[in-house]
Write a protein that binds this ligand. Structure first.
Ligand code: HEC
Length: 197
C-alpha cells in the first residue's frame, strides 16, 4: 500500500514534469512567433533610414563613371545584365567615409561590350551598389549595405513595394545577400575571387 502510494506520487512528479515541458514548449513557440514578427517589424531593408542613406549615397557617388579605379566593360551574369562595368572609391555620406563598389548593369537588345562601350547611357538598366557600413550594421553579413537604382537614380522596389536599399533581403533565400553570401572567402564580393585560387 505504501509502495503504491509512492508509485502514484512518482507518477505525478513525472506527469507534472511532462506538463512543464509541454508548457515551456508552447511558450517558446509563441516567443518564436513574436521574434519572427519582431524581425519583420524591424525591416532589414527598405526602411526610412535605408532610403535616406541610399539617397545621400546617390548624390555622393555622382560622377562615378570617372572614378580612377574602374574595370573595363565585361560580360556579366544574371541578375546583373549582359554587360557590366565596376567602379570603386571611398565616398563620404553624412560626414562618414565608406568603401563603395558601384556596378553598372547594361542590357537590352543588341547590348554587347562594343555597343555598350560606344553609347553606355542607351543600355544602362540598373546601377547596383554595395557599401561597407560601420561595424555592427549587419555583423552576420560583413556589414554590407546594398542598393539597386534605376538608370535615373530612383531606388528600385521588389514585388511587395519594398525599397531595395539596406540589408537586402536578409533572412530570405533570394536577393542580394542570399546570393552574395556564396562569394569566396566570406567577404560577399565575387570579383576578387577571379584571382583568389
Ligand atoms: C543570383 C546572384 C546575385 C544576386 C541576387 C545579386 N548579385 Fe550582385 N553579383 C553577383 C555576381 C556573380 C557578381 C560578380 C560579377 C559578375 O560576374 O556578374 C556580382 C557582383 C556585384 C557587385 C560588384 C562586387 C562583386 O561582388 O563582385 C555589386 C556591387 C553587386 N553585385 C551588387 C548587388 C546588389 C545591390 C544586389 C541586389 C539588388 C545583387 N548584387 C544581387 C551575383 C548576384
Amino acid at each position: 500500500m505504501r509502495r503504491s502510494m509512492m508509485l502514484v506520487a512518482a507518477g505525478l512528479v513525472v506527469l507534472s514534469g511532462v506538463a512543464l515541458v509541454l508548457q515551456s514548449d508552447g511558450a517558446s513557440a509563441q516567443e518564436m512567433g513574436e521574434m519572427e514578427m519582431g524581425k519583420m517589424m524591424e525591416m532589414p531593408f527598405g526602411g526610412p533610414e535605408d532610403v535616406k542613406f541610399a539617397e545621400g549615397l546617390w548624390k555622393a557617388t555622382h560622377g562615378y563613371q570617372d572614378w580612377m579605379i574602374r574595370s573595363d566593360y565585361f560580360n556579366g551574369n544574371s541578375p546583373h545584365g549582359g554587360v557590366n562595368r565596376m567602379y570603386y572609391d571611398i565616398v563620404t555620406v553624412d560626414a562618414t567615409p565608406y568603401h563603395v563598389i558601384v556596378k553598372d548593369n547594361f542590357g537590352g537588345d543588341g547590348a554587347t561590350i562594343d555597343t555598350v562601350g560606344e553609347a553606355p547611357a542607351d543600355y544602362l538598366m540598373a546601377v547596383t551598389v554595395m557599401v561597407q557600413r560601420e561595424s555592427g550594421y549587419d555583423a552576420d553579413n560583413n556589414d554590407w549595405f546594398y542598393v539597386k537604382y534605376g538608370a535615373d537614380g530612383m531606388i528600385g522596389q521588389n514585388d511587395m513595394q519594398m525599397s531595395l536599399a539596406g540589408r537586402v533581403a536578409k533572412g530570405m533565400n533570394m536577393g542580394c545577400i542570399a546570393c552574395h553570401q556564396n562569394a569566396g572567402g566570406g567577404d560577399f564580393i565575387f570579383t576578387n575571387d577571379r584571382t583568389m585560387k
